[in-house]
Design a protein around this ligand. Structure first.
Ligand SMILES: Nc1ncnc2c1ncn2[C@@H]1O[C@H](COP(=O)(O)OP(=O)(O)OP(=O)(O)O)[C@@H](O)[C@H]1O
Length: 319
């Protein structure tokens, strides 16, 4: 198994005006996930549900507050410096807004060769790798001497993908990889991810609030709500038979990949704002918005249970 996340919690402390850490926010609660070689795991949930934080933990950019993340059975946060660097070389993260992660004074060639230089790759080999990668992401040789601001959003995303792949990682996290792109460019970039996956031995995590992207690319998916895993399933199952009221809400209200229009259907699982019940610690975080709640929901926190093979849900409706 490539990754095994066990009981991962992440809290951030907000500092008060006087710089004292006093306000703790639970961003991730008891996350357990297995990622096998060649999986494409989709992580969905609304803004602030902890998706990016989870992705960053998987590439070592954030450390969990507690819990363990195994990479081929090694606890990555217990590796010595050299092995941790080796681990990070095997992983890559494409940020939500790639443009802001580029140095605007660097040309594409420098953006692409920087990681190679840092890893001691010789000039001739660098050229070979860069030629190969720009071919893969369908950029042109003449693009190498341009600056990022000279490209459209879709082209910039190609540069970000090229840079993330330059050290041939085994595992790639793409955080909202197409959220800022218009529909036709979005489809091209998704196709590019698909091609890259087919022609390499990558394992991926795709973070998105947009379910259509996950449906298109991912073989399995998890649904996060306020940092809690609500459902985990093979993607086909999740879409064919969503169990958690929150997943159903997401799927029912999702626009299709092929249209900007949100489906106009009755959201039977969703409590109208006038009826909201405030969420209490220790109870299901979706309680306040759930129309299907039962008495038990106001008393206990539901465990996540396997309802059928490869399909888990956290909801008292199924316990
Ligand atoms: N470094 C940090 N310090 C303090 N709080 C943070 C930090 N990083 C994230 N958070 C908080 O953690 C929560 C989850 O953030 P995260 O970016 O992981 O969510 P997300 O689901 O990816 O949302 P989005 O889709 O908007 O990026 C948010 O409330 C955010 O403000």
């Amino acid at each position: 198994m490539l990754f095994q996340a066990k009981n991962i919690y992440k809290n951030f402390f907000r500092k008060s005006f006087f710089g004292i850490k006093n306000d703790r926010s639970n961003v991730l609660t008891n996350i357990n996930i297995n990622i096998h070689d060649r999986d494409i795991l989709g992580v969905v949930g609304e803004t602030g549900s902890g998706k990016s934080t989870l992705g960053k933990i998987f590439v070592g950019l954030e450390k969990p507050s507690s819990g363990t993340l195994y990479y081929y059975n090694n606890d990555i946060f217990k590796l010595n410096k050299r092995d941790f660097r080796k681990f990070q070389k095997n992983t890559a993260f494409i940020f939500q807004d790639p443009y802001s992660s580029f140095n605007p004074r660097m040309k594409v060639l420098d953006i692409l060769q920087e990681p190679l230089i840092l890893n001691g790759v010789e000039r001739i080999k660098r050229r070979e790798i860069i030629n190969e990668i720009i071919d893969k992401v369908e950029l042109r040789i003449e693009d190498l001497v341009k600056f990022p601001y000279q490209f459209s959003g879709g082209q910039r995303q190609r540069i970000a993908i090229a840079r993330s792949l330059i050290l041939k990682p085994k595992f790639l996290v793409a955080d909202e990889p197409v959220s800022s792109l218009d529909l036709s460019v979005k489809a091209q970039i998704l196709k590019l991810f698909e091609d890259i996956y087919t022609k390499s031995d990558l394992t991926m995590m795709i973070i998105s609030h947009d379910l259509s992207i996950v449906e298109y690319l991912c073989n399995k998916s998890i649904v996060l709500y306020k940092g809690v895993m609500m459902e985990e399933a093979l993607t086909d199952m999740l879409f064919r038979n969503p169990l958690h009221p929150y997943t159903r809400l997401l799927i029912e209200s999702a626009p299709s990949l092929y249209s900007d229009k949100t489906k106009d259907i009755e959201l039977e699982t969703f409590e109208s704002s006038s009826n909201l019940e405030s969420a209490k610690p220790g109870l299901c975080p979706f309680l306040e918005r759930c129309k299907l709640k039962v008495d038990k929901c106001r008393e206990n926190f539901p465990e996540i249970i396997e309802v059928e093979k490869n399909h888990k849900v956290r909801c008292f409706k199924y316990i």
